[in-house]
Design a protein around this ligand. Structure first.
Ligand code: KIV
Ligand code: ZN
Length: 505
């Protein structure tokens, strides 16, 4: 980054830390590393990879992200206590560029109920923590948690003191999503006017979406001089979530005339990374979600369609292809060959080796037998579903279901493992329940289905159905997906994929 470029807004992605704090969104180390690589090629400036002291799993994830990420700064979160800062410092050690992010609440509510400490005691703790962190890393960020509800005069004192102690970035969190844009923008302006040494640090913003204002607040802060925005892919995060990265970046790009700011994000990668995060967390992106939702660029009304056909800019402020949005266009059919598939996948940015291409082609031919029209989304799903999958212990061979009105559902499954086949049958409350009981019986495991959802991948009655499941095996929760034109087959495969995830990691 050119630190002298005053109009460059740094993008601090916290999908792997605050995003992962979304209820039910936990990711394993492999998924986190994949996302970190994607964030790196997306061009985010900082990746907050986790909260190292919180668990050995989090520590290892931050460490492995620090080891493998090439360009972005890798950051670890720490409370203002030595053991947290030590853990963060150890975890980011392998990084080319590492950052320790220290936080401590400054609002009256937190001081009184959480800490039972005075303002002076909190100020001292903050300064000591920043000094301790600076002895371990050159790049230290400080966050006065609940800043937007803190007394301004105390907030200014804390910011001045931590900058003197060595903080290079000061982040102003709207921790509970309480602020509104004009007020939050004013807070940033006031900080710039009242903290004498503020020019020695980057002002960062971190907004939560409890009132649906996280992105609006972040933009108001940027308009008033903040130059780092903390955000997550798809806006996932604690409670209602964090500010959405794709919305902030595209607002700055589309309305550069108003904000006069740039980011280093390679926006063509946005939809790919959004899908990846949705897949790893099991959080489906709502169709009307700005920038990455399935309907974000679809025009339904005749007047709009007519306008777009005449001149796109009549109703389009962003070209879908600019953010890597896949148009639903007919691409391939039953008679398309291996070469056509390879070329089309290349066009979608998917490069496969020969073995992977063989697998994809086989799956493509099977799908083409069942489905007349194969869309880009179908191809991407095939690749993600099968070809790039890991080592599988169990695989689904076949499934037979009997269900109907007033009939107790009955399912027969055949699974394979290490070259052998195994069968079982079961009845259940519904066909999915029966199917999962039969799989449990074959594999001698007991999964508890915590969440189940189904979504169509493209359009038409013969569309692929993509099933996402969250399953608890003993004390581990895993999320997995699978797609098929037969939704029970997709349900069975998703469950088997979840089991494989537990068995191989
Ligand atoms: O919301 C918040 O205040 C946080 C801090 C740790 C920055 O996530
Ligand atoms: Zn937060």
């Amino acid at each position: 980054m050119n630190t002298h470029d005053k109009d460059r807004v740094l993008i601090f992605d916290t999908t792997l830390r605050d995003g992962e704090q979304a209820p039910g969104a936990s990711m394993n180390e492999k998924e986190k590393l994949e996302i970190a690589h994607a964030l790196d090629s997306l061009g985010v400036d900082v990746i907050e990879a986790g909260f190292p002291v919180s668990s050995p799993g989090d520590f290892n994830s931050v460490k492995s992200v620090a080891k493998h990420v090439k360009n972005s700064i890798v950051c670890g979160l720490a409370r203002s206590v030595k053991k947290d800062i030590d853990a963060a410092a150890d975890a980011i050690k392998p990084a080319k560029r590492g950052r320790i992010h220290v936080f401590l609440a400054t609002s009256k509510i937190h001081l009184q109920y959480k800490f039972k400490k005075s303002e002076d005691e909190i100020l001292q703790m903050a300064v000591e923590a920043v000094k301790y962190a600076r002895d371990r890393a050159a790049d230290v960020e400080f966050s006065p948690e609940d800043a937007s509800r803190s007394e301004k005069s105390f907030l200014y004192r804390v910011l001045e003191a931590v900058i003197d102690a060595g903080a290079t970035t000061v982040n102003i969190p709207d921790t509970v999503g309480y602020s509104v844009p004009v007020q939050y923008g004013q807070l940033i302006a006031d900080i710039r006017n009242n903290v004498p040494n503020i020019e020695r640090a980057v002002i960062s913003v971190h907004c939560h979406d409890d009132l649906g204002l996280a992105v609006a607040n972040s933009l108001a802060a940027i308009k008033n001089g903040a130059r780092q925005a903390e955000c997550t892919i798809n806006g996932i995060g604690e409670r209602a979530g964090n500010a959405s990265m794709e919305e902030i970046v595209m607002a700055l790009k589309t309305r550069q005339d108003f904000y006069g700011c740039t980011t280093g994000v390679n926006v063509k990668e946005i939809c790919r990374v959004s899908r990846m995060v949705s897949k790893a967390t099991g959080f489906i992106v709502p169709p009307n979600k700005a920038i990455v939702g399935a309907n974000a660029f679809r025009h339904e009304s005749g007047i709009h369609q007519d306008g777009v056909l005449k001149e796109r800019s009549t109703y389009e402020i962003i070209r879908p292809e600019d953010v890597g949005f896949m148009e639903t266009g007919l691409v391939l059919g039953k008679h398309s060959g291996r070469h056509a598939l390879k070329e089309r996948l290349k066009g979608l940015g998917v490069d496969l080796n020969e073995t992977q291409l063989d697998k994809a082609f086989e799956r493509f031919k099977n799908l083409a037998d069942k489905k007349k029209e194969i869309f880009d989304e179908d191809l991407v799903t095939i690749v993600e579903d099968e070809v790039k999958g890991g080592r599988d212990i169990w695989g689904l061979v076949s499934l037979k279901t009997v269900s109907g009105t007033n009939v107790k559902p009955q399912v027969d499954v055949v699974l394979k493992s290490k070259g052998k086949t195994f069968k079982s049958a079961s009845s259940g409350d519904g066909p999915v329940d029966a199917c999962y009981k039969a799989i449990d019986a074959v594999t001698k495991t007991k999964g508890e289905l915590l969440d189940y959802s189904i979504q169509s991948v493209s359009r038409g009655k013969d569309a692929l159905g993509e099933v996402t499941v969250k399953v608890k095996f003993k004390d581990r929760n895993v999320i997995a997906r699978a797609a098929s034109t037969d939704i029970l087959e997709a349900s069975a495969k998703a469950y088997v994929n979840a089991l494989n995830k537990v068995l191989v990691s």
